[in-house]
Design a protein around this ligand. Structure first.
Ligand code: G4P
Length: 535
């Protein structure tokens, strides 16, 4: 084994790259902050939160974008814990929900699904879960806010199975009756951990009280009734529940479930430690015709996110790459497959908790930001010239919101076209056009409403173009395949709802599932696909 290989396998083994998926307000910011706190990345929790507070309004988002440093650090956070090198990918919450959020999951090797104990599985969690499920990555569940009244844990398990189609294995179990919880029982260690009064509001690391479940003092401590309920629950889990099976976890069929409270720090450390032990290190990645293993010596990476530079003087952008194999060293020359040109990775940025720094070396699983003079697109491959290949294309996520967009001042038409096409290339929006009106206006599709605001703001600030935008009442897009699909009317689909994507493929827009089903029934000779990649 060469020295490089030895170093590679060591570094790969200790890396964990994951995303936290949740619905807004489940506590993602709080949990992220607590994980950083345990990682020693921040002494006193509060800074991630402060950043989020600034993010609340769209106008603030723009302000934050101007302060590039802040918003860039939110893309990935890195820290060390117990010998592990942890990369947490940020998947923006509600306000920022966009295709970016989905794409970030492409760079993760596992996901932590955060659920509010009182609310259960919510809408955005479902969407993000399905992207993880499609990729087959392991999903770990953290049920948060256990310090508050919440749903029955058996009901939560059932909900996860019914709504998401995944079985769960509780690693610990809430202690308490009728949704009032006082602690958890750790199934693996067969011991209890009780909440402690936390006067510092979870700002500091707190120890948890521990003791064996058989300890007579324990029954006394939590009360005979609660103790009996706990013993009954555990017995039921042991006899009727799924067995723990790491293979099923790794293939995404079983989710280890943890209960805790991010705000009061309760259960965060046991979760982190167990998660780091069970979660996979960087996994092999599929190329167009084979698979690249992380310990392969040749460097390779793909672009999963592009962020515009808000300095209007230069239009450069930051391209975020996920390293898939080999060792990265600053200044190395690699091949950019999509332009078929060499590029030098001169000023790579890395994100250590709150700061961005120049990175000298990095390994599979790590994320780096590169200055992009406008050559990179989402999904692009960087590899060594001695071994050329392309990673498999990113999935195209079906847009769910649509607007008609046109330039206000027709004299600015050229800038408008340039700007909107560049933003589409960056992956900020998906463009469709109606036949017979080339360049007059576009139908813009996104997965989140914020993207329209971003589009408007960026066209104005970066390209000096004001636009007119009209929201459209569509909620679904379907790529169509079939004989005469473009030359004859399609039953149940209005003429204006037929548009063409950037590759001139015909797409039908629908207001809802019902309208789509109707069209499917009425046009048996046409097939409707969620993405052009299924054609
Ligand atoms: P998000 O990033 O997923 O949107 O959620 P965030 O962490 O901002 O948490 C949303 C709210 O839930 C916050 O309250 C936060 O303090 C609270 N929270 C997070 N974890 C827990 C927990 O374990 N227990 C309880 N009881 N609450 C929790 P907020 O009122 O919106 O903000 P703040 O006043 O606390 O700053």
């Amino acid at each position: 084994m060469s020295e490089l290989q030895r170093q590679l396998s060591q570094e790969i083994l200790r890396r964990r790259t994951f995303a936290i998926i949740s619905h807004p307000d489940a506590g993602k910011t709080t949990l992220t902050e607590k994980l950083l706190l345990y990682g020693g990345a921040i002494r006193l929790a509060g800074s991630v939160k402060a950043r989020k507070a600034q993010k609340h309004a769209i106008s603030d988002w723009m302000e934050i974008e101007k302060q590039r440093g802040i918003s860039v650090t939110s893309s990935v956070l890195q820290f060390d814990y117990d010998g592990y090198r942890v990369n947490i990918l940020d998947t923006p919450g509600h306000q920022d929900f966009s295709e970016d959020t989905y794409r970030t999951l492409m760079a993760a090797d596992s996901a932590v699904m955060l659920i509010d104990v009182a609310k259960g599985v919510e809408e955005q969690t479902k969407k993000l879960f399905h992207v993880c499920k499609q990729r087959g990555i392991p999903i770990f569940t953290f049920v948060n806010k256990l310090d508050r009244f919440g749903k029955n844990p058996f009901d939560l398990m059932e909900e996860i199975e019914n709504v998401l189609g995944i079985r769960s294995y509780p690693m610990n179990w809430p202690i308490g009756v009728d949704g009032n919880y006082t602690g958890v029982y750790n199934r693996k260690l067969a011991q209890i951990e009780l909440f402690e009064e936390d006067s510092a509001h979870g700002q500091r690391i707190i120890p948890s009280s521990q003791g064996s479940v058989d300890d007579p003092a324990f029954a006394k401590m939590i009360g005979a009734e609660t103790h009996q309920a706990l013993c009954d629950d555990i017995e039921l889990l042991d006899t009727a529940g799924d067995a723990f099976d790491i293979q099923k976890v790794l293939s995404g069929e079983l989710t280890p479930m943890f209960f805790g409270s991010a705000m009061t720090n309760f259960g965060v450390r046991p979760f982190l430690e167990e998660f780091l032990e069970l979660a996979p290190s960087p996994s092999p990645r599929e190329t167009e015709d084979s698979v690249i293993k992380p310990d392969q010596e040749g460097f390779s990476a793909f672009v999963f996110k592009i962020q515009a530079n808000m300095n209007p003087a230069h239009r450069d952008r930051l391209a975020f790459i996920r390293i898939c194999s080999g060792k990265f060293t600053r200044g190395m020359a690699v091949h950019h497959m999509q332009t078929n040109k060499p590029v030098k990775l001169a000023q790579p940025q890395q994100f250590l908790a709150q700061e961005r720094t120049i990175v000298e070396e990095a390994y599979p699983g790590d994320i780096i930001g590169l200055f992009d003079p406008g050559i990179f697109s989402i999904g692009d491959t960087l590899c060594e010239s001695s071994n050329l290949f392309r990673f498999k294309a990113f999935p195209i996520f079906p847009p769910e919101q649509f607007s008609k967009v046109q330039v206000k001042d027709t004299m600015k038409r050229k800038q408008f076209l340039k700007g909107i096409e560049q933003l589409a290339q960056e992956g900020a929006v998906q463009l469709f056009r109606q036949p017979d009106v080339p360049g007059e206006f576009f139908i813009v599709g996104t997965v989140g409403a914020l993207q329209f605001e971003v589009l408007e703001y960026r066209l104005k600030n970066e390209y000096g173009v004001d636009i007119l935008m009209y929201g459209l009442a569509y909620g679904l897009a379907r790529w169509m395949q079939g004989k005469d699909v473009t030359s004859k009317p399609i039953k149940g689909v209005d003429k204006n709802a037929i548009v063409f994507d950037k590759n001139d493929l015909p797409v039908a827009l629908f207001s809802n599932e019902w309208a789509l089903r109707w069209a499917v029934e009425q046009n048996p000779d046409i097939q409707f696909f969620e993405s052009p990649q299924q054609l």
